[in-house]
Design a protein. Structure first.
Length: 349
């Protein structure tokens, strides 16, 4: 392959390669294009566990019939600003991006819109979808959970009940948007799996083993251990509370979740978009967010910190650099796709 840590790839070439893989695997063209675009978008922003690192798993899901190849979601409810879809295990990147687009269209009419999606396939990096809304001047929130996963224990317990339950928020400012992407757990399942494959450990005790003892070994997940909630053993009730809200905000609103004993890869997703013009006005909104952004950036840094950054700032900087100099992929991602490329008769980039 000739792949080295310094290898970089042109973003458009990566998207074309990924789209060709997913088309060859049987996804409808629009869905293959969406999956390819948002996986590469994650890599552009530096979210390397949720970019093309997922492509091999997605391709296997298509082959196994877990990810549906074609069709549209069933509309469970549509009251204008409130919509619910049954996602039918369609590709999560396509469902989520379409939901954000629809929510923006509805917010233009109603001021705000919420779309809950049941039974989506995995949706990848939440931050990758935020600029669909912020580019239009809208504020957006996205939350996701996986009803069939249970890698995080409730605070005080030691048996997994729910997943990392990420949330993302896009906030327009007069300059770059603030892009927040956080989980209710300290780390993620994908990162734990990557470290385990590479024989590495976490620098800190961000997990619990099966006996409820703190651990930095990602392999405890394979033995019934769990990811610690945000706040850890000290203030983990905060991550716990956040996770419970995400469960209700996604599975509860979508009407399908853990109580239904779902099997296989699935996600519940909720998208919410706000048009500031329907509230205090767009100029007033930007006046507030602009002041806040500048107050954070100009805050005197503590010892050892060069300057205070805003969430998403590094990701946008990485994207700009990668669009000019090429996308750096985490080691072994491209080589891991070679088998799929050969099977599907798609040329490697």
């Amino acid at each position: 392959m000739g792949e080295t840590p310094d290898t970089r790839y042109e973003a458009d070439r990566l998207r074309q390669f990924a789209q060709a893989l997913f088309c060859a695997a049987g996804l409808e063209e629009s869905k293959a294009a969406a999956v390819a675009f948002y996986l590469v978008e994650a890599d552009l922003m530096g979210h390397t566990t949720h970019g093309l690192a997922l492509a091999g798993w997605y391709l296997q899901s298509i082959a196994d019939g877990v990810m549906k190849r074609e069709g549209v979601p069933d509309i469970l409810s549509d009251r204008g600003p409130a919509v619910a879809w049954q996602g039918r295990r369609l590709p999560g990147a396509w469902l989520t991006s379409e939901a954000v687009k629809l929510a923006c269209e509805r917010a233009a009419t109603y001021g705000t819109a919420t779309i809950a999606i049941a039974d989506s396939h995995h949706i990848g990096c939440l931050a990758a979808y935020l600029t669909i809304a912020t580019d239009r001047g809208y504020m957006v929130s996205i939350a996701s959970s996986s009803p069939s996963g249970a890698q995080v224990a409730p605070f005080g317990g030691r048996k997994g009940v729910y997943t990392p339950n990420p949330v993302a928020h896009g906030i327009p400012t007069p300059g770059d948007p603030i892009l927040i992407d956080i989980s209710a757990s300290i780390t993620t399942v994908n990162m734990a799996q990557r470290l385990a494959r590479e024989g590495r450990q976490y620098e800190r005790e961000w997990l619990m083993d099966e006996n409820g003892e703190p651990s930095n070994d990602p392999r405890v997940i394979e033995r019934g251990g769990t990811l610690l909630p945000v706040g850890g053993l000290d203030h983990g009730q905060k991550g716990y509370g956040m996770a419970l809200h995400v469960e209700a905000f996604t599975q509860g609103l979508a009407g399908l979740g853990r109580v239904d004993d779902l099997k296989g890869t699935n996600a519940a997703v909720t998208v919410q978009v706000f048009d500031p013009d329907a509230f205090g006005g767009r100029d007033a909104f930007l006046r507030q967010t602009g002041w806040l952004a500048e107050a954070c950036r100009s805050n005197p840094p503590r010892p050892g910190v060069t300057r205070v950054r805003l969430p998403g700032e590094n990701g946008l900087a990485r994207k700009r650099d990668a669009l000019i100099h090429g996308v750096p992929l985490h080691a072994n991602i491209m080589s891991s796709l070679a088998t799929h490329a050969e099977r599907l008769r798609v040329a490697m980039p």
